[in-house]
Design a binder for this molecule. Structure first.
Ligand code: SF4
Ligand code: SF4
Length: 354
């Protein structure tokens, strides 16, 4: 390489050589492999942190961020048709890897065009905020602010395309882009559906809320709190007991988690598998996931109580003046049945042509 070409290669990424607009950025993200993409303004994210007491905002990370490009990767539906949860646990990790690569390449391209950009660690916990799974940014909220979906009863983001069977990350950029508008219609069918609540093995689903600790016992079987509990028991155990514990399934689970992430998070797919939002559900899950073996009369009664409570207009934390923004202030207006009708019509047309 001659010296002129080399100097160009070094300087080009730091000059503003191209100013892409929102449409170009979205086309690029799709070309790189994103299943969905949206844009949220940093100003809005700074003004509406999920919990103002513990603000997960771009400005806490960088004072220069103008926009967050939200990249969504769907979880392949085949994994939810299996006899056990294991395939979902493994595929989760592959989805996250792919998503991080897409986001990284997008950030890299923006820098080549002259706009400092980087991607967030989607699954990391920020210890200076809450001592639970609580990231520097909440990717669910990023997705909602970027117009990609709204909260479900179990406070996962529900995208109309793939329901909650998605992972999200964000690219923080100093390029100002036209932001998408959040959806105002509630995507979640709500209390009259409650299939996520019925499926939850540890009753962690609340009224547009979640008991994170209870969920972690299933979703992070070999996660951080299990490791802590194990170490506490281990340090108090006799030598003979220590030897037994060192060869236990727990230690194998920790090792496997380090190796493949399997077991350390995203371990329980039940509320994702049964949610009837999304064409992936209509096409491939409606049959295998129709029956929910975990459903009990007590859970059915709880869902009825929630419905009655909402109808009475009781004070409900998950639906208060601050949180309703992410649930969909207009309430449920039938998006899932409209989508199902369109899906069936398209299927019938395809069958007619075949
Ligand atoms: S991931 Fe599993 S344990 Fe957690 S809320 Fe969903 S169904 Fe319940
Ligand atoms: S299963 Fe039903 S209630 Fe639960 S998030 Fe999905 S649509 Fe909402």
């Amino acid at each position: 390489m001659n010296s002129h070409v080399r100097s160009q290669a070094h300087t080009a990424p730091f000059a503003r050589v191209h100013r892409p607009d929102a449409a170009e950025i979205k086309a690029l993200a799709r070309e790189l492999g994103a299943d969905l993409v949206g844009i949220a303004s940093a100003e809005t994210l700074n003004a509406f942190p999920p919990d103002p007491r513990w603000p997960q905002t771009p400005e806490r990370i960088s004072p220069h961020c103008k926009s967050v490009i939200v990249v969504v990767q769907r979880i392949p539906v085949g994994a939810f048709r299996c006899k056990s949860n294991v395939p979902v646990q493994y595929i989760d990790m592959l989805v996250l890897r792919k998503m991080d690569k897409v986001a990284y390449k997008l950030a890299e391209r923006l820098e080549r065009w002259g706009y400092p950009s980087f991607c967030t660690a989607a699954q990391e916990t920020e210890w200076t905020l809450k001592r639970a799974s609580y990231g520097r940014l909440s990717t669910r909220h990023l997705g909602i602010e970027a117009g990609l979906g709204t909260f479900g009863l179990e406070v996962n983001i529900l995208t109309p395309e793939y329901g909650p069977r998605v992972y999200l990350t964000g690219v923080l950029t100093e390029l100002e882009l036209e932001a998408d508008r959040p959806m105002t219609e509630q995507v979640c069918i709500g209390e009259s559906c409650s299939r996520c609540l019925y499926s939850c093995p540890v009753d962690a689903v609340e009224h547009f809320g979640i008991d994170k600790r209870a969920c972690a016992t299933e979703a992070q079987e070999f996660g951080f709190s299990t490791i802590l509990q194990f170490l506490e028991r281990f340090s108090a155990a006799s030598n003979a007991e220590k030897q037994r514990m060192a060869a236990s399934r727990d230690v194998f689970g920790f090792w496997q988690g380090l190796l493949r992430v399997v077991g350390s998070f995203g371990d329980c797919p039940r509320c994702l598998a049964v949610c009837p939002v999304g064409n992936d559900y209509h096409a491939h899950l409606a049959g295998p996931q129709k029956e929910i073996p975990e459903k009990t009369p007590e859970k059915v009664q709880l869902a009825r109580d929630m419905k009655a409570s909402r109808q009475r207009g009781d004070a409900i934390d998950g639906l208060n003046e601050w949180n309703i923004r992410w649930v969909g202030p207009e309430g449920y207006k039938g998006i899932v049945s409209r989508q199902l009708q369109e899906f069936k019509k398209a299927q019938a047309e395809r069958a007619g042509k075949a």
